[in-house]
Design a protein around this ligand. Structure first.
Ligand code: HSE
Length: 302
């Protein structure tokens, strides 16, 4: 039996559209047990069982199958036990966690036939972009580019004593597909230049600890403004977080979750924002999260 823990992830971080992500300390678990039943059995331990398929359509199983097919491994029968704590379709990387969990578990079952980068490339091919799967696999803050053959990335560990991530999660879903459909096919050259500079500043500032730059560096013209109409109150929630001392605020992945990067020493932030959400923004809940610097890890292998 192989049991894998996979972190939530927050992609884009404002200006790093489709190329940057951060792993966060909120976890899904995938336990995979081979047997000779000749069947697939999937047991989901939480409420997500009401939405997620428990047959060959299941994303975790499909990701495992890709590994078995690529490596030529024959798996006679399989029991999957899944525990999902990452909120589904909220911009916190639940699908990437599923893909990475499946790829890592299957690779372990077949004797580590894939290297880390081969496993990562396979996961990114399934997801379509690398910004969630890379931090889900390796942890930390990652800058990633997918080439034809591999994922080129740089990982930087973030200090949980310095930075915290306040996730404002609404009670409605937003499918990534729908959130990508509102994006234009092309953008003005000026906007592309704007994001090039801001994303470079963001990466350099997170890597060197120049947190005073984050507010400027999350500035984006490629996706957030287009997505705003799908997320009621987005502007006022951004303002609220900045008024309470956030270092930077951005739409997490394709949304609808909004993330405020805060200084961990700003202890009152979580309590103040929670109180305001409860009183004025019903349907939004705050989850204070730490960065995860480990990524997917195997908890059991026997
Ligand atoms: N970079 C992706 C997007 C993340 O913004 O659409 C969601 O999968």
């Amino acid at each position: 039996m192989v049991k894998v823990r996979i972190p939530a992830t927050s992609a884009n971080i404002g200006s790093g559209f489709d190329s940057m992500g951060i792993a966060l300390g909120l976890y899904n678990y995938v336990a995979a047990e081979e047997n000779d039943s000749g069947r697939l059995e999937i047991d989901i331990l939480d409420d997500s069982r009401e939405f997620l398929p428990q047959n060959e359509e299941n994303l975790i199983y499909r990701s495992m199958k890709r590994v078995f097919d690529v490596t030529g491994y024959k798996c006679p029968g399989l029991k999957l036990t899944l525990e999902n704590n990452i909120m589904i379709t909220r911009g916190l990387g639940s699908s990437s966690a599923g893909i990475v969990g499946g790829v890592v578990a299957a690779n372990k079952l077949c004797g580590d036939k894939l290297s880390l980068n081969e496993a990562l490339k396979l996961a990114a091919d399934i997801e379509g972009h690398p910004d969630n799967v890379t931090p889900a696999m390796v942890g930390g803050f990652t800058v990633n580019v997918m080439t034809k053959h591999m994922i080129r990335y740089v990982k930087t560990e973030l200090d949980p004593d310095e930075l915290s991530f306040a996730a404002l999660v609404p009670d409605f879903y937003l499918q990534t597909k729908k959130s990508r459909e509102v994006l234009p096919k092309s953008v003005p050259h000026n906007d592309a230049v704007y994001n090039t500079g801001h994303s470079a500043l963001l990466a350099a500032s997170l890597i060197t600890g120049k947190y005073e730059n984050i507010r400027t560096a999350v500035g984006d013209k490629l996706h957030q403004n287009y997505r705003k109409r799908l997320i009621p109150n987005m502007d006022s929630l951004f303002r609220l977080c900045y008024d309470n001392g956030a270092l930077g605020v951005y739409l997490s992945g394709a949304g609808p979750t909004i993330i405020a990067i805060t200084e961990t020493k700003n202890k009152s932030f979580g309590c103040d924002i929670s109180r305001i959400l409860i009183n004025k923004m019903k349907g939004w809940k705050l989850h204070m999260l730490k960065p995860d610097n480990i990524g997917a890890c195997i908890l059991e292998n026997n």
